[in-house]
Design a binder for this molecule. Structure first.
Ligand code: RTP
Ligand code: MG
Length: 139
């Protein structure tokens, strides 16, 4: 069944480079409804918890360090087929391989500083959304 909610973060590189407004504008214009939105900062500890699924991967320490280096925007988004469509919309993990016109092609600098996150499954979208937002913060 197509899922209708995903979770995203505009990552520290894109926020620091002043691209958060442009990225949010594109997300909304692409038809995603913002269900929840927060400007916040992960600590090394909370970034480590968020990415625990990658804890055995060689890039884990760099990922945790990168994701806790500055503020982010976290959001829950709603649209038909949200998970799959949003992954296509943001482009490949490595911006050098991302299709033209995707968020990562236009705003990401490297596989580490890749501007944006998108959930990879319905189950993870729920876990990730619950990591950041209470029920009083979703509309
Ligand atoms: P994300 O979770 O951030 O949306 O990215 P993704 O699904 O496209 O990629 P994932 O495999 O979940 O990896 C999470 C983040 O780790 C960094 N990474 N580095 N050096 C590498 O081979 C490598 N692979 C992944 C990326 O910053 C990626 O966004
Ligand atoms: Mg991922």
């Amino acid at each position: 069944m197509a899922t209708n909610r995903t979770f995203t973060m505009i990552k520290p590189d894109a926020v620091a480079n002043g691209h958060a407004g442009a990225i949010l504008d594109r997300i909304i214009k692409a038809g995603y409804k913002v269900v929840a939105l927060k400007y916040t900062k992960l600590s090394a500890e909370t970034a480590g918890q968020f990415y625990a699924v990658h804890s055995e991967r060689p890039f884990y320490n760099d990922l945790v360090s990168f994701m806790s280096q500055g503020p982010i925007y976290a959001a829950i988004l709603e649209k038909d087929n949200a998970i799959e469509d949003f992954r296509k919309f943001i482009g490949a993990t490595d911006p050098a391989k991302a299709d033209a016109g995707t968020i990562r092609a236009d705003f990401a600098k490297s596989i580490d500083a890749n501007a944006i996150h998108g959930s990879d499954s319905d189950e993870n979208a729920a876990i990730e959304g619950n990591f950041f937002f209470s029920n009083f913060e979703r509309f």
